[in-house]
Write a protein that binds this ligand. Structure first.
Ligand code: ATP
Ligand code: MG
Length: 390
């Protein structure tokens, strides 16, 4: 029996004239995800995308798994294709649904009929198919309010489909519909969650990581790549820039007042990230900051880090509690990697009493000792190493 995957777009439905673009991007993203599994035929009709395998040995289970990661999908399901005749629907329903129905006690049938020329109306389809299923599987009861399973019959323009339930999609908007931005990625819990959250709103991600060997180890870089590869399951491939940061941190350590170390380090990170982003046509920076979480994330500190860049800094976690962030990081499977104990460049040269309420002008004053700032920044950018994480 021929099976397909049925996909319902999410917020796409709301996008008016842009809707076609959004749907086309979604279809491109789905195709890319399934490319190595074999040939498929993808159609988009009446806000439902159907994926029909062409090859006999198409790996259906893996395809369903991958579809569950694609942003822009509200719900998806497997379904069987029927001819648009009552006979074919009646014949296939009990055979296709057998295994599922043997595992439930109650069900109801819903029907959607977009072809108004079909001889039966929706309530009649429900009654007839329901009757056949009850007869074939005598252990079943119909429960219209709280069934174990909803069987849906959709009569569309060329075919009818039968499906048992449906699964939640990843939600959000298709990656690529919102432009490109750069996530400043550390090895911590927050920044991978921030990356996921913004990719979910349709952004393509570039990533920038600051490494300070030998204070930070190669394992810290591998950890960042491992985290990005978890995010890339949702976002698609991510271009990663690893910026050598040791010399800059040592210069800050030598030439700036200790209580400003973290703030100045963050201001330099932002300056470098902005330049790299502009070179790669990335329109904004993204960080995993959450208000008040640590000394450098108080509002006055954020004012001082923002003031050195001329592009928007997106902070999707700014109003979230740590438990909410951890909940997402567990759901996207980055948590266990994030808590591996490799040091980040933020944890070396940490001041004993970090400045939490810098006033305007104080950071500039504290940076005055860094006479070769421009040169340091240019050198770090020149020596940045690029790779792609999939
Ligand atoms: P995270 O859990 O993301 O590390 P955090 O709570 O530890 O965040 P900080 O260490 O102050 O907070 O970092 C704040 C943000 O700055 C991070 O979310 C990240 O976006 C960015 N950041 C910190 N360290 C680095 C780094 N080594 N490279 C790139 N970005 C970094
Ligand atoms: Mg951190």
């Amino acid at each position: 029996m021929k099976e397909i995957i049925l996909i319902k777009g999410g917020e796409l439905v709301l996008k008016g004239l842009n809707r076609k673009n959004f749907e086309n991007t979604l279809i491109t993203n789905i195709k890319r995800k399934l490319r190595d599994l074999g040939q498929v035929k993808i159609e988009n009709l009446q806000s439902t995308i159907t994926i029909e395998p062409v090859d006999e040995d198409f790996d259906f289970e893996t395809a369903l798994e991958r579809v569950s990661y694609v942003f822009g999908i509200a719900a998806f399901s497997r379904a069987c294709i029927c001819e648009k005749t009552v006979e074919d629907i009646y014949a296939k329903a009990p055979v296709y649904l057998k295994d599922t129905l043997l595992n439930v006690r109650s069900f109801k049938v819903e029907a959607k009929r977009s072809d108004k020329g079909f001889p039966l109306k929706s309530p009649e389809i429900c009654r007839e198919v329901g009757g056949i299923l009850l007869e074939t599987f005598p252990h079943l009861k119909v429960d219209v309010h709280n069934p174990d399973l909803v069987v849906t019959v959709e009569v569309r323009d060329r075919y009818a489909f039968i499906r048992a339930g449906q699964l939640h999609g990843a939600g959000g908007l298709p990656v690529g519909t919102a432009g490109k931005a750069s996530i400043l990625i550390s090895g911590g819990i927050d920044s991978p969650v921030a990356a996921y959250t913004m990719a979910k709103r349709g952004l393509v991600l570039n990533a920038i990581h600051f490494a300070s060997p030998p204070y930070t180890s190669i394992r810290a870089e591998q950890k960042v790549k491992a985290l990005l590869s978890k995010v890339a399951k949702y976002s698609g491939p991510i271009n990663l820039a690893i910026v050598p940061f040791t010399e800059i941190q040592e210069e800050i350590g030598k030439n700036c007042p200790e209580d400003y170390f973290t703030l100045i380090m963050r201001r330099i990170m932002m300056r470098i990230a902005e330049r790299i982003s502009r070179e790669h046509h990335s329109l904004a920076l993204i960080t995993g900051e959450s208000l008040g979480q640590v000394a450098s994330q108080t509002l006055p500190a954020i004012v001082e880090t923002d003031s050195v860049v001329n592009m928007p800094v997106l902070r999707p976690l700014i109003g979230m509690d740590k438990d909410e962030i951890i909940r997402i990081s567990k759901a996207i499977d980055t948590f266990e990697t994030s808590i591996l104990p490799y040091e980040d460049c933020c944890t070396v040269f940490t001041p004993k009493h970090p400045k939490t309420k810098p006033r305007p002008g104080q950071c500039e004053e504290a940076e005055k000792g860094l006479t070769s700032m421009e040169e340091l920044i240019s050198r770090a950018i020149d020596d940045t190493v690029y790779s792609v994480v999939e």
